[in-house]
Design a protein around this ligand. Sequence first.
Ligand SMILES: Nc1ncnc2c1ncn2[C@@H]1O[C@H](COP(=O)(O)OP(=O)(O)OP(=O)(O)O)[C@@H](O)[C@H]1O
Length: 626
Amino acid sequence: MPSINWSQLLADILVSRDEAEFHSAVVRRLADVAGLTSAALVRSQPPEWIVTASAGRMAGQLPLDLAADALDSGTPRQASGWNAIPLRTSQDNSLPPTALLMAGDTGVDIDQLGPGLAAACAVVRGRRRDHQQAQRLEMLLEITHQWAQTDNLETLLNRMAEAATAQFDCDRATIFLWDRPHKLLVGRPALGMDNNELRVPDDAGVVGRVVQSGEPERVDRMDDRAAIHGAVDKETGYTTETILCVPLVGPQGNTFGAFELLNKRAGNFQPEDLTGLTELATYAAVALANTQQWEQLLERHQLLVDEAADRVQMIGNCPAIEALRSTIAKVAAADLAVLVLGENGTGKEVVAQSIHYRSPRRSEPLIAVNCAALTETLLESELFGHEKGAFTGANESRAGKFEVASGGTLFLDEIGDMSLGGQAKLLRALEQKEVVRVGGHETISTDCRVVAATNQNLAELVREKKFREDLYFRLNVVTLELPPLRERGDDVVTLAEYFLKQLCQKQGRKPPAMSAAAKKRLVAHRWPGNVRELRNLMERVAYLVSGDRIDADDLAFTLSPGAKKGGGMETGLTLSDATHDFQVDYIKRTIDQVRGNVTEAAKLLGVHRSNLYRKMRALGMETDED
Ligand SMILES: Nc1ncnc2c1ncn2[C@@H]1O[C@H](COP(=O)(O)OP(=O)(O)OP(=O)(O)O)[C@@H](O)[C@H]1O
């Protein structure tokens, strides 16, 4: 009596990697049974039949009607020497409708064979599902990691579509975002559409129903075409045959869009595709929410950048300033190192800001460092950063200005005051585009454009060997020179009126008008403190002059030490103005004498440090406390 070797079939279950392999093993084993001429496994996938495995002599066509009969009735059928046995199991309803067809005198107990094989198929299928599940999770992890690094919505949507078409073996994928106020679903990517974007009413077709109901939907090949919103196919010339669509649900449980797959490459979308896409959509929803927040942040940042850029204005129409403005416009985009020369207070920092905000680096930081204010050791830590414990007081690691300004612009003010040791380190950082934090070992790449400035004659310093020649050439690719204010003619008045307007606006009042005599006096002054001095004067005037007119007498100038060189103190001042000017001048000279050390200056002047600050403020002088 021929019989099936069940122990061999058991071994087949163990070694088969998937159902297809197991089906082949089954029909091979059956063909070995004496008396059997042919065996085949067939699966019904309307409108077609798929022969998943066959063995033996295939005389003529397989009796597929008989197989259909057996599947419909759920019991074995016999006709014209063929047996059709439905593979069904009571435990697993997810088995696709499959039947075993056998020809010849089987002698096999067919009542036992159907449920036995079905159970074995279910085991193989289950194992395959577990394997796929593990693979899917692995892939999901990889995909979501990639998504987490994407901060641009467009790129993210494209990546999601790519990942989904590959994972679900389908032709297209589209992510729809719901524009509720306009009752629209905006789908991207959308091949064949303008801007790669699709706009459909939010109640149209499968995707419309999915967002409205919050429930997934599936359309198979044989389903009613009416379910599909035909207008899009008409426009793109594409034929949609199968669809799988799931809602995108936000963190508050709100549906904000849908994830749609089109045209599974083989057959219809399967239940496991639905599970997989639902899972993928959960992660997609999180990534999309993050990106949108990120984009909002970027937009806000951009607004701040625009605001900061608008505030930088280089006022003045004299030929030198006009020429400077046009050179800045040319060099800003070129990413070249720029050296800005000019006396104190002429606007060197304004030039650095103008360059930065006109350059492609404008959205990145602009960082200013005053090289004169720091000792060599402090400067090194300021520029390159330090690691925790690198020196006494380094309680925490800190990034240096080179790191912070990476991508943006580093403004090195008073570069002429940098020590030779500091210059050597700066040169290395500029050449290698790398820094090492003080007390650290790791090299950190930086990419910042350097704009340096000084009020000293750098070429002279190079000749005197106080400034490195190689650094001078590295910083000095383009030189911009700011003229002193006394050489800018009527720009003094333009600037004075600009500052006055700005300062009065802050106080919420109309700026007072300047008399002709006041303007004349402004133009005649030598302005040793340049634009800064003018600004300070206007600040005082804006606070002290309450009327709507400024006269020459209202302008009590603050003479800085440099003014002496220009011919001494002005005459024609009231005694009170002259006393004021003398005090300002004397304090400034004393502070300069001790290189900016206010405590030392206070000692020389015989006053307490805090009293000196108070006096300076009363005189309208700038203090380093401001
Ligand atoms: N052309 C200008 N238009 C408008 N404001 C200006 C102009 N030039 C200078 N200022 C203003 O004058 C003040 C001093 O300018 P800034 O700090 O740029 O000068 P600086 O040359 O860098 O000075 P220092 O040499 O002391 O560092 C700032 O308040 C600046 O905004």
